[in-house]
Design a protein around this ligand. Structure first.
Ligand code: PBG
Length: 327
């Protein structure tokens, strides 16, 4: 008789086959979404310095990358446009010939419905002041005037064929406003992803380079305070009530508790966005030889899924899908 423990959890960790059999969380390519940047007026892709491996695409390179993403079997792409001219109201966002709307049509021409083609519905890529909405006379972000711009943007994006509109601006009532205008114009099948719990995060830093944002100041008057957990859940519930088809928690890694809360109560899918700074941190550490790149990437996405995400937006989506096919 042994005097050792009778309960030995290590039995289930003893062989690769046993570990595979008892794994609680598995990744699938279908639940990965690739965020992509497309820049107006460039004929070649432009690398983003702070996001090694990520490009500001030209229309041609976007077409190639999206085809590759579809072949890898991922679930969808989220498109961000970078216009060559920005102004106070973000005119490029509502122009049918604006870069995001042109790119959406190009992507759909390329991949049809084999991917869920999603578009960022927010003004910050298009405004010269870099805010997610329009400003009032005193320079503050004007909630209701911004909703009017979002309504127009929604029609432009739905007309371009976007399957799912990603409402990332954090204006009050944005989901209800966009649902209303879509329904009134016959776009009842166009879905809405509400960036419900979007925090004012330092981890968006590299994204600001990616979209050439000229933002001075910060977004704390509309994005959530990083310390607020209950308020994140409130935003999730509001977006669901207003008609969001999917809700999002963003960033991912520092907000896994909020994600778990949302997953526990949401009647609609909950997604998480592994944002630019999360990407860059792992790439930078791996480039220095400080962590194992592939293991760190896989672990970071598994962790997000384990916390409750039904799908994950990640800049590694295509590469990760390739690894899932060839473990
Ligand atoms: C707003 C938007 C941002 C991101 C996605 N949508 C920037 C912001 O709110 O400052 C950041 C994504 C990332 O960092 O990867 N259009």
């Amino acid at each position: 008789m042994s005097d050792g423990p009778t309960i030995r959890p290590r039995r289930l960790r003893s062989t690769p086959a046993m570990r595979r059999l008892v794994a609680e969380t598995r990744l699938h390519a279908a639940e990965l979404v690739l965020p992509m940047f497309v820049r107006e007026g460039v004929s070649e892709p432009v690398p983003i310095t702070s996001m090694p491996g990520v490009m500001n695409h030209s229309l041609d390179s976007l077409r190639r990358a999206v085809t590759e993403a579809a072949e890898a079997g991922i679930g969808g792409v989220m498109l961000f446009g970078i216009p060559s001219h920005k102004d106070a109201i973000g005119s490029g966002a509502t122009d049918d010939d604006g870069i995001l709307n042109v790119a959406t049509r190009a992507v759909i021409e390329e991949v049809g419905t084999s991917l869920v083609v999603q578009t960022d519905l927010c003004l910050d890529e298009f405004t010269d002041h870099g805010h997610c909405g329009v400003l009032d006379a005193r320079g503050r972000v004007d909630n209701d005037a911004s909703l009017e711009r979002y309504r127009d943007m929604a029609i432009a994006q739905a007309s371009a064929g976007s399957h799912l509109l990603g409402l990332s601006g954090m204006m009050d009532g944005q989901v209800a406003a966009v649902r209303d205008v879509l329904d009134r114009n016959g776009f009842t099948d166009t879905a809405i992803l509400g960036y419900a719990a979007k925090y004012a995060s330092a981890f968006y830093g590299p994204f600001r380079e990616a979209v050439q944002s000229s933002l001075e100041g910060d977004r704390r008057s509309y994005q959530l305070d990083p310390g607020n957990r209950r308020e994140g859940l409130r935003e999730v519930m509001l977006d669901v009530e207003e008609g969001a088809d999917v809700v999002m928690v963003k960033p991912a890694m520092s907000y896994l508790d909020v994600l778990a809360d949302a997953a526990a109560v949401s009647p609609v899918p909950v997604w998480a966005y592994q944002v630019s700074g999360e990407y860059s941190m792992i790439e930078a550490a791996a480039a220095n030889g400080w962590i194992d790149r592939r293991r760190a990437i896989e672990e970071s996405v598994v962790g997000i899924k384990r916390a409750g995400a039904d799908a994950v937006l990640t800049y590694w989506a295509t590469e990760l899908a390739g690894w899932l096919r060839r473990p």
